[in-house]
Write a protein that binds this ligand. Structure first.
Ligand SMILES: Nc1ncnc2c1ncn2[C@@H]1O[C@H](COP(=O)(O)OP(=O)(O)O)[C@@H](O)[C@H]1O
Ligand SMILES: [Mg+2]
Length: 458
């Protein structure tokens, strides 16, 4: 049996009758009942008392009994929903969240109460994408889209971090994801934090979307609890992009700027408190403490976005480049980073008449000024110690282990280790394990950038 489809059916049925979606815990109990798990097991998983789970379950069976017009209990819910699934419930038509008259067919004739029920006030899909970019072309990312969809729709994750170096395609992927899954939500919201809004400003902005009339509380704590209420009441997908702008420059990765520390607590609450929504955070840098929250049995996930791979050929095709047999070399050199490839393709088009072979013959790696300017933004954020490590790694021809780096630069072991960890959190290092030793290196683009900017002669 497709548990997800049955849960979806139950949710639609409940919504059609009550105007409310199943809450996270109700859905978990239902899933548990379908999978024949004990209340005590569900309670343990959610760190709640068995008594509380039984109370919520009792209320849930009442709602379902009312909706399905027969006595529903933990013991028979699976059978009743499966039967309803195979019956004619196709009349449940979702029109941007509006559920029309329900026509399920248990053995009993259709219930006049259900079929003649006046239409519910439609719960419209509210989409507020703010200044999200319009996507004109989108290639591949099929596995990543599938992973995110599973995490959000099936595993009902509450907090997901989408990480990756600038230009790798986080924003594009998030906007494409919205298009793919938006009909599962009551609210879909996108906001960029590129101008570093305070938490107060962000929460005020979000709360206004849910209700223009309500007074927005002044106090952060009340704002957060009001927002969490909305996240419980509605199924929302909120994407906060450019989260790295909340972090300080010149400090180790993921340190909140002064006055922005509240965000950390906000993200933690979104992960830990029970609600029906998902917050997706896009960032260049890992979020501190998130790794601690991210465990298999928690609704928190982290996805690092890497190379676009050979799908990036489409980008080169769009730029009308020639010598297709050499495109893979170009893509590998520029790490499959769509933005780096776009900048480079423009240069090849303008200076080499579109010939990739001619460009590759010129030098192993050439960085256009736009690409370097783009990397400047990321390097400006590094501490002096991090920069010293990057410069040393740029000088190395082969991957090196920590003791070699320590020997080469005058840093204390603790500065070196913290610096390396922070560079890892900024996704700037390539690491490979060989036996018990980890060897570190830089990709060709970063190496070239450092050599250019810091006048390193190889
Ligand atoms: N999957 C993709 N297909 C086509 N173009 C892409 C894809 N991902 C990214 N791009 C292009 O690469 C550039 C950078 O993408 P963006 O999403 O802004 O990266 P990020 O948000 O990680 O900095 C954009 O011009 C975008 O159009
Ligand atoms: Mg972006």
């Amino acid at each position: 049996m497709d548990v997800q489809a049955v849960l979806k059916l139950a949710d639609e049925l409940v919504f059609s009758k009550t105007g409310k979606h199943l809450e996270y815990l109700q859905e978990a109990i239902l899933r548990g009942a379908i999978e024949d798990r004990k209340y005590s097991q569900i309670a343990e998983e959610f760190h709640l008392s068995e008594g509380h789970i039984r109370d919520v379950a009792c209320e849930l069976w009442k709602i379902l009994s009312n909706v399905l017009e027969e006595n529903v209990s933990k013991a028979n819910v699976r059978y009743i929903l499966e039967r309803a699934k195979f019956c004619n419930y196709s009349a449940i038509e979702k029109n941007y969240g509006t559920v029309n008259n329900v026509n399920i067919c248990p053995q009993t004739p259709q219930s006049p109460q259900v079929t003649q029920q006046p239409q519910q006030t439609p719960t419209q899909l509210h989409i507020d994408l703010g200044d999200a970019p319009e996507i004109f072309s989108f290639y591949d990312r099929t596995p990543q889209l599938a992973t995110l969809e599973t995490w959000i729709l099936q595993e009902r994750c509450r907090l997901i971090a989408l990480l990756g170096i600038s230009g790798i395609g986080k924003t594009t992927l998030a906007v494409r994801l919205i298009d793919q899954i938006k009909t599962n939500f009551d609210y879909v919201i996108y906001r960029s934090l590129r101008f570093s809004p305070t938490l107060d400003a962000t929460l005020t902005n979000l709360l206004q979307i849910f209700s223009e009339k309500t007074d927005i509380p002044q106090n952060i704590e009340t704002q957060i609890s009001q927002l969490i209420n909305y996240l419980r009441q509605y199924r929302c997908l909120i994407i906060l992009d450019d989260v790295q702008m909340l972090f300080s420059s010149g400090q180790l990765a993921g340190q909140y700027k002064t006055g922005y520390e509240d965000y950390q607590l906000f993200f933690k609450l979104i992960a830990e408190v029970c609600h029906n929504s998902c917050l997706l955070l896009n960032s260049w840098e890992k979020l501190r403490k998130l790794a601690k929250l991210e465990k298999a049995n928690t609704p928190v996930r982290l996805l690092v976005l890497g190379s676009l791979g050979i799908a990036a050929k489409e980008i080169l095709r769009e730029h009308k480049l020639s010598d297709e047999d050499t495109w893979e070399t170009l893509i590998n050199t520029y790490q499959g980073n769509p933005l780096w490839l776009e900048y480079t393709a423009t240069m090849i088009q303008e200076l080499f008449g579109g010939s990739v072979s001619d460009f590759l013959e010129c030098d192993a790696v050439i960085l256009s000024e736009s690409l370097q300017a783009q990397l400047d933004q990321q390097f400006q954020r590094l501490t002096q110690q991090e920069l010293a490590i990057m410069i040393q790694l740029a000088k190395e021809n082969d991957p090196v282990a920590l003791p070699q780096i320590l020997q080469a630069i005058p840093l204390s072991p603790s500065d070196l280790l913290n610096g390396m960890q922070s560079l890892g959190n900024r996704l700037l290092l390539d690491a490979k394990e060989n036996g018990k030793t980890t060897f570190f290196s830089l990709n060709t683009v970063l190496k070239k950038y450092i050599k250019n900017r810091y006048n390193i002669v190889s």
